[in-house]
Ligand binder design. Structure first.
Ligand SMILES: [Zn+2]
Length: 229
């Protein structure tokens, strides 16, 4: 179950992190998905701090008693993720989301709020403390999506330049480009470095005298003869 922690929580919003439970190269089908069943949906909820351990225990018990209901809720969760993915990937690409997806989100938000209560802490907030239905893990996700859409600056919703993750860019100058620097940032920089080096080599090749030994010369000065065919 700890497999859900393979996906880092870097979206900056619960709904974006939910979309990021699957990942792949940009513009291609996802090749990794941590949501493989209802138990994983619960485990992800705990990991993303959307569920307490007590919630998780109650939900697991409920899922055991109602396996068909748990399966149906899991399918519903995948459908929710699909339309949220459509909405946020569209916004990240500066396109208008499909109205059918927005209608589904509205309906799910209405359903979520019908199961919520207004709790007073330092201010008032919707909580799902008393909601023990199988759809409980999805409520805050849907609500977070609506919260983001109704309050956020749309141009801050972005997609990683090196993978399919979506995130909310809270950097001061809106310059964030990667889901995380440790992973995609570094990998992407390496890829660009190699591509730039290759194109320097390609430019250098015609009529270029054979360069000397590589030593510590800058990239691009050593390999000209190699790629001749
Ligand atoms: Zn990434």
């Amino acid at each position: 179950m700890e497999t859900v922690t393979r996906m880092r929580l870097v979206g900056g919003n619960l709904a974006l992190d939910f979309v990021n439970t699957r990942v792949g190269p940009p513009g291609a089908a996802p090749d990794d998905d941590v949501l493989t069943g209802y138990p994983e949906l619960i485990a992800w909820g705990v990991y993303a701090s959307d569920l307490t351990d007590a919630d998780a225990t109650a939900l697991r018990r409920r899922a055991r008693d109602d396996a068909a209901g748990a399966d149906a809720t899991f399918l519903r969760a995948l459908g929710t993720r699909d339309y949220l993915d459509g909405i946020f990937q569209s916004l990240a690409a500066r396109r208008r989301p499909e109205s059918t997806a927005l209608d589904r989100l509205r309906d799910d938000e209405a359903d979520a709020l019908a199961h919520a209560r207004l709790d007073q802490g330092s201010g008032f907030a919707w909580t799902w403390r008393d909601d023990h239905s199988l759809a409980r893990p999805l409520r805050p996700v849907v609500h977070a999506a609506v919260g983001l859409l109704t309050t956020a600056a749309m141009e801050r919703i972005k997609r990683c330049e090196a993978c399919s993750f979506v995130f909310y860019d809270e950097s001061k100058n809106r310059s964030r480009r990667w889901c995380s620097m440790e992973d995609c940032g570094t990998a992407e920089k390496m890829r660009r470095y190699i591509a730039a080096r290759r194109s320097r080599l390609a430019r250098k090749r015609p009529g270029d005298p054979t360069p000397g030994p590589p030593s510590d010369a800058p990239p691009g000065s050593s390999a000209a003869p190699a790629g001749a065919t």
